[in-house]
Design a protein around this ligand. Structure first.
Ligand code: NAI
Length: 801
């Protein structure tokens, strides 16, 4: 009786432990250690090097894990390669059946998976049970659907082949599902490398998948640390790397894959803002903060780690938040009544501790939820740092722990500026009861996901991924499917009779006997085109351009670093183009097309004389270029987003946004058509460009100045810098105000573009000789380049009951 009375007094919870019997039995069956899962079976546990993993919540040894060597990676890639054609040949429906089987398998073993995950990671069973596992199942169901529809919905696409996937420790099973479900659904085979801290759910999944009849070689799991990951990245037999983890490792992988022709998607860190306006539902927003930063101990790439409060409500909000913090319970992950478990490892604990200490040294005041922490593991209390400076370490670095920093703002503009004051751009959360305010802010935020009056919502049907240094690529939904496909035309690229450029090249041979069209004997010296004006190159240098018959055709300016910088600055300030309506952009493109068409004869003559192709081929190239401008004009207001309907209260508006400033380096081949093919999709989608024309026939591009000058494009939207490509590519790649870089032409240029773009992790689209194609009509005037010219922002809004 006394006891009952006492419980009523304190309203305390008793422990409500989940049973770990099955999980421990499964571990006991593997007591001598785990091998890798290759070609449908486990390698012998006794072979090769091993390491132990620990249970984060107790520090006790959990399992013995194989350290994958280059040889293991080799065997896994070979198995995946051998299995891929058969897996694709199974057809969409066949693969869908397997993915449904995997989804049901996850549901059947939900409890075991949830417990193994909680033991291995230290996160609360409540989260693995209610979130990680059901969402993983949902990913397999959703992508089974894409497999089923593949032949219809992605008829012009083919799988990439063998995909290497490297995942972190914060959501081991969920990240596995995010990675392998789309890859497998669309006909790729996989080599997965789980994080060294948390390989268990992947091994359990592989074991269950084999039982569920997944054909051998389709999914391979190689465990190990960063060295194993690096071996996978370096492997020649891998067609794509999909990575989730730290920005630092993302950069290493970008560098390692540069110039290899491998596709790459990166899902990296964040420092996401959580913005609360004074008209928000404060209690709901406080609850939102709890989910934003204390979910998964704050070890969430999109954690709302920067709380931005409108001044008038700041004190009240902080007071209510502190009260709420006092009720958060930190404890054993298997206790169903706790809110927070253990951090992943003592090294992470130390990192979080030292960052908090740095915050305090920098002048922040620190509040931590009171109460004793459980002994043993890597526990850290919910923490709030107040009074931090926007430029301080804790306000700019990803802490990746349960630590929230808070700052205040006065106006919506200030909120946007503060929110975007980060090199990351993964997610953002906006709280206001005024729909106009919230939806007015959402498009201004540099983030791949925006939640309105919500936070940390995820669904398989809604794309997830970053802007800026949070990486590129999307996971989930239709947009995520494209990350595991490539256009059929690119895959099969070989000279086709109807390619304009190929016709041109073929005809070049017989044209030698034909007299080229006469050119006026004017020796033109073309300048650069920057900010809507022709300007002299900074270095006051020009170089001669020769016609096909060897005669000097004129001079073009030799652009340098400074010219590129000026061009980027002009493009940067022409931001109005990115917010112009699609209707406005469509009109500008039609007008460009008409202007070019009016000068068709002049351009054809120039092309014929410079490249030596026959008059007919030159005319065909101009016609194709005019057609391209019209086509992208048509697309401008038709390539748009979609509304996702996740199984949660709300909808997600997948909006298509311009990337910003795009550097474009054109090949020598088909000088007008390549220039227009790479420029027009960028214009259509609202990007501002700095274009380097193919060096050899640059006069074709400089002739285009007149077309631009008579157009109604604002100055700075198209900037043209002629000169030797190698140096200009370097400057563009290293420039932090260039958001994406397209490089076509010599292989070395592609490699440099990818290798040197790691600074701000700009998105690159390169032509590795044969990989990326603008020639054929389907890709050259289709949605393919539009996809590369845009980024998708998913804005989740409350909707319906
Ligand atoms: P990490 O980025 O080093 O590890 C992620 C994965 O990459 C692991 O599977 C790892 O084995 C692998 N890896 C490491 N080095 C590699 C290399 N050179 N080549 C290929 N693969 C490699 O992350 P880590 O060390 O576990 O955590 C460090 C910090 O990274 C955290 O404190 C956090 O700030 C951040 N992080 C961010 C994540 C996110 O989702 N944004 C996830 C995990 C960590």
């Amino acid at each position: 009786n006394n006891n009952v009375a006492r419980y009523f007094d304190t309203m305390d919870y008793g422990p409500a432990p989940e049973s770990d019997t099955d999980a421990r039995e499964w571990l006991a069956r593997h007591a001598e250690g785990f091998g890798h899962f290759i070609d449908g079976r486990f390698t012998l546990a006794a072979e090769g090097a091993h390491f132990d993993t620990a249970e984060p919540a107790t520090g006790q040894r959990l399992a013995r894990i194989a350290q994958g060597s280059a040889k293991d990676v080799d065997a896994a890639v070979a198995a995946a390669r051998a299995a891929q054609p058969g897996w694709f040949a199974l057809g969409g429906h066949g693969r869908a059946r397997h993915l449904y089987a995997l989804a049901r398998m996850v549901q059947r073993h939900a409890r075991l998976l949830a417990v193994v995950e909680a033991l291995d990671n230290g996160k609360p069973i409540r989260e693995t049970r209610d979130l990680d596992v059901p969402l993983a199942a949902r990913h397999f169901y959703h992508h089974a659907g894409w497999a089923q529809l593949q032949e219809r919905e992605f008829a012009d696409q083919v799988p990439l082949g063998v995909v290497g996937q490297i995942i972190p420790w914060n959501f081991p099973l969920l990240m596995l599902a995010w990675k392998i479900a789309p890859a497998l659904a669309l006909g790729n085979t996989v080599v997965l490398k789980p994080a060294e801290f948390t390989p268990l759910s992947a091994l359990l999944f592989a074991e269950l998948a084999a039982q569920a009849g997944l054909p051998r070689g389709v999914l391979n799991v190689v465990t190990g640390d960063g060295a194993t990951g690096a071996a996978l990245v370096a492997h020649e037999g891998v067609d794509k790397i999909a990575f989730t983890g730290s920005t630092e490792v993302g950069r290493l992988i970008r560098t390692a894959t540069a110039g290899t022709g491998k596709s790459l998607t990166l899902e990296l860190g964040g420092k996401s803002p959580f913005i609360v306006f004074d008209d928000a539902d404060i209690d709901a927003a406080v609850e939102g903060v709890v989910d934003a930063i204390w979910f998964n101990q704050g070890q969430v790439c999109c954690a709302g780690s920067r709380l931005l409060l409108q001044e008038g409500i700041a004190d009240d909000f902080i007071a209510r938040l502190k009260r709420r913090m006092q009720t958060l319970r930190v404890g054993s992950p298997l206790d169903k009544a706790i809110d927070m478990g253990s951090l992943i490892d003592p090294t992470q604990l130390e990192r979080v501790r030292s960052l908090v200490a740095a915050g305090v040294r920098e002048g922040a005041s620190c509040y931590q939820a009171p109460g004793a922490l459980p002994p043993g593991g890597s526990f850290f209390p919910p923490t709030l740092l107040k009074g931090v400076q926007p430029a301080s370490t804790v306000a700019t670095e990803e802490i990746f722990g349960p630590v929230l920093v808070t700052m205040t703002f006065r106006t919506p503009d200030e909120a946007v500026a503060l929110a975007n004051n980060t090199r990351y751009g993964l997610a953002a959360s906006v709280w206001s009861e005024t729909i106009g305010l919230a939806l007015g802010i959402a498009p201004q935020l540099q983030a791949g996901v925006v939640w309105v009056n919500a936070t940390n919502l995820f669904d398989a049907g809604v794309g997830f991924g970053g802007y800026r240094e949070s990486g590129y690529g999307r996971e989930g939904g239709r947009e995520g499917c494209y990350e595991y496909l490539k256009p059929r035309a690119w895959a099969q690229r070989k000279p086709r009779a109807d390619d304009v450029a190929v016709v041109a090249a073929n005809e070049a041979a017989d044209a030698r006997n034909e007299t080229p069209l006469a050119l006026p004997a004017i020796d033109r010296t073309a300048k650069l085109f920057i900010g809507g004006k022709q300007v002299r190159p900074d270095g006051e240098l020009s170089s001669s351009v020769f016609a096909a018959n060897g005669q000097r055709a004129g001079e073009v300016g030799t652009g340098n670093r400074k010219d590129i910088r000026n061009a980027v600055a002009a493009a940067r300030s022409a931001s109005g183009w990115s917010s112009a309506t699609p209707h406005r952009r469509a009109q500008a493109l039609y007008y460009l097309a008409e202007n070019l068409s009016a000068r068709a004869g002049e351009f054809a003559a120039r092309i014929a004389s410079l490249t030596g192709v026959a008059a007919k081929a030159a005319q065909a190239e101009v016609d194709a270029s005019v057609s391209r401008l019209f086509a992208y004009g048509a697309w401008a207001d038709k390539y748009e987003g979609t509304v996702h309907v996740p199984p949660l209260r709300g909808v997600a508006l997948a909006t298509v946004e311009a990337i910003g400033v795009v550097g474009v380096v054109c090949p020598d081949e088909a000088p007008l058509l390549s220039f227009v093919s790479l420029l027009a999709p960028n214009l259509a989608m609202g990007n501002r460009t700095v274009i380097v024309p193919g060096e050899k026939h640059a006069l074709v591009a400089t002739d285009f100045y007149q077309v631009l000058e008579t157009s109604d494009l604002p100055g700075g939207v198209v900037n043209i810098v002629t000169g030797p490509a190698a140096g200009l590519v370097r400057t563009l790649a290293e420039h932090d105000d260039v958001d994406a870089l397209w490089v076509f032409g010599a292989k070395e240029l592609s490699r440099d573009a990818e290798r040197l773009s790691v600074g701000n992790l700009k998105r690159t689209l390169v032509d590795h000789g044969l990989a990326t194609d603008w020639h054929d009509l389907a890709s050259g005037e289709g949605a393919v380049f539009l996809r590369h010219a845009t980024q998708v922002k998913n804005i989740w809004i409350p909707y319906g009951e």
